[in-house]
Ligand binder design. Structure first.
Ligand code: SAH
Length: 229
């Protein structure tokens, strides 16, 4: 069954963008997922195809109108989760990506300017998600980030790299370090355990490394890891 992504944007030409290449691009060709991109301007009703207006209360910038956005959403609403990308949203987490990838797809609303009139977010009960504590000029790169993370988890996309259970965030831990040939490079040897062929020792070493790196870099994840055990 094809996982369906619908994107509402003022810049449809930005898609599929990075999602048309490599893993996601191949999966798109193979119809593991599909992409419908809708121009929000198509939902406008005046001859200038206006989608925004000045903010009540004053201030800089423009706000995207609730009536236009509601019409654009109404045209694609079929029960899939409807997500608006916004710096005010809940921080996107791998656990949410796993849930979304396990469903039938998503509808993503990309903002521009100052964002959306609050009423349409409430009326449509949109899920607000952020990709991090910084401000982009538009929601499109954020939508691509979310889609990329979902697509790689779809059945068959990562192929033999059945590593989704082991990678960063799988159990609140960051991943252990990787090494490949040459076994010694610029005077730096590969950790000996990895050359031992002892699978139990290797697993223990990796877990210990993952714990150490998580403890020093991400106290927040470390706390979640400890309380999950
Ligand atoms: N005035 C807004 C920022 C608007 S940025 C504020 O201060 O919150 C314009 C658009 O870019 C937003 O509507 C949103 O769709 C997108 N965007 C910007 N930063 C983002 C982030 N960190 N995560 C997700 N979307 C983001």
């Amino acid at each position: 069954m094809t996982w369906r992504a619908t994107v509402l944007t003022l810049f449809p030409a930005m898609f599929p963008g990075t999602l048309g290449l490599s893993l996601a691009g191949r999966a798109l060709e193979q119809a593991t997922w599909s992409l419908d991109v809708h121009d929000i301007r198509d939902a406008a009703t005046d001859k200038h195809r206006t989608v925004d207006d000045t903010p009540f209360g004053g201030g800089a910038g423009m706000v995207m109108r609730p009536d236009i956005i509601d019409r654009a959403l109404g045209a694609v609403d079929d029960g899939r989760p409807m997500i608006v990308l916004t710096p005010r949203g809940a921080p996107l987490k791998q656990s949410m990506i796993r849930d979304l990838a396990a469903g039938s797809g998503v509808v993503l609303l990309c903002g521009r300017y100052e964002g959306f009139d609050q009423r349409v977010i409430e009326a449509r009960n949109l899920t607000e998600l952020s990709i991090g504590d910084y401000v982009l000029s538009g929601g499109e790169p954020a939508a691509m980030v979310l889609l990329d993370a979902c697509i790689r988890l779809l059945p068959g996309v990562m192929g033999a790299a059945a590593s989704a259970d082991e990678e960063s965030f799988a159990d609140h831990l960051l991943e252990y370090p990787h090494y490949t040939r040459p076994a010694e490079w610029q005077g730096r040897p590969v950790p000996e355990t990895l050359l031992s062929g002892n699978h139990a020792a290797i697993a223990a070493w990796r877990r210990q490394q993952a714990e150490a790196i998580t403890r020093t870099r991400r106290p927040d994840l470390w706390a979640a890891y400890q309380s999950s055990r």
